[in-house]
Design a protein around this ligand. Sequence first.
Ligand code: FA5
Length: 347
Amino acid sequence: MFDDIQKLEEQAVQAINKAMDLDTLRKIETEYTGKKGSITLLLKGLGKMAPEERKAAGMACNNAKQAVLSASEFRKNEITENEIKKQLDAPGFDPTLPSIPVKQMSGNFHPVSTISFSVEKVFEKLGFKIPDYFEVESEWFNFEALNIPGDHPARDMQDTFWLKNGSLLRTHTSPGQARAMKEFKPPFRAIFPGRVFRYERTDASHEHTFHQVEGLMIDKNLSVSNLIAIMKLLLEAIFEQEITIRLRPGYFPFVEPGFELDIQCMTCGGSGCPVCKHSGWVELLPCGLVHPEVLKAGGLDPDEWTGWAFGLGLTRLAMMKYKINHITHFMSGDLRFLSQFKAGGAR
Ligand code: FA5
């Protein structure tokens, strides 16, 4: 057995030293150390040996395998160096020629990051905390804590990517509501921006993976007028112009009352155009006063505490701000698209 191992090692090293190109080298390596290589087969046969012989034979096989791999690595470097030398010595090669100019590509933020930073800046000044919650969530935080039990039809509003262990990819940033209520002592105010996922067909304005930012304020005696004031302040800071907003009733099980907030179309000023489908208004974000059941799930007494919440689609906001006509550009990884957003963010 030991003679066989030594013979195989010698044969392999000889063949390796004679190899003139990397392809041949790779073939020899596989012939001896690959899955069905001769040294590997010897190693596989060790199980049939008597236990007292097995250990020494195993060591010998492993040493031989190591010797073959080292010889191969050494020869690989020699072949590569020879190849480079051949190219440098070839007639017509002029190492003094200037290289092809490298395009200056300084890094810049993704437009969705830029818009998220702008939102964070506004809320930071107003004393909001910015915790970072989980993309992989429990069913309880994503649904139950938000007053959406298993048989509730509202579950169908957001198609879910379920994981094998029963967790899910959060379908919105709202699971942060109960998390924040459990984490911070009231009164508090927080926003939680992040990536969310929905099992959805993509089109010009729908992605399966997109960004939202959730806002939550918990205090005593909060009202819808507090919410409107903060939303107006946020949107005017983002769009850098005066904004007219309106609220329409909207249904979400975790807010009562719930609203859809629209802004007056910035393209036509409200007179009607294709962007606003001739209505003069563009739907921007859902919001409302936190439902008593959600306060309870977060461990707060609804007789003592009130709250408002909103869920802003950051990717859609970036589309509006930068006038992007198709949402799939954002995750395309296309440098021609991304390089339009200069360092600092604004185009
Ligand atoms: C929600 O996700 C609620 N959690 C928002 C909320 C929070 C309501 C707090 C009340 C209180 P909705 O499914 O409508 O709601 O999504 C919110 C925003 O995310 C939408 O207005 C839109 O801007 C964006 N959005 C929704 N689906 C997609 C999608 N597939 N692709 C891109 N953006 C989307």
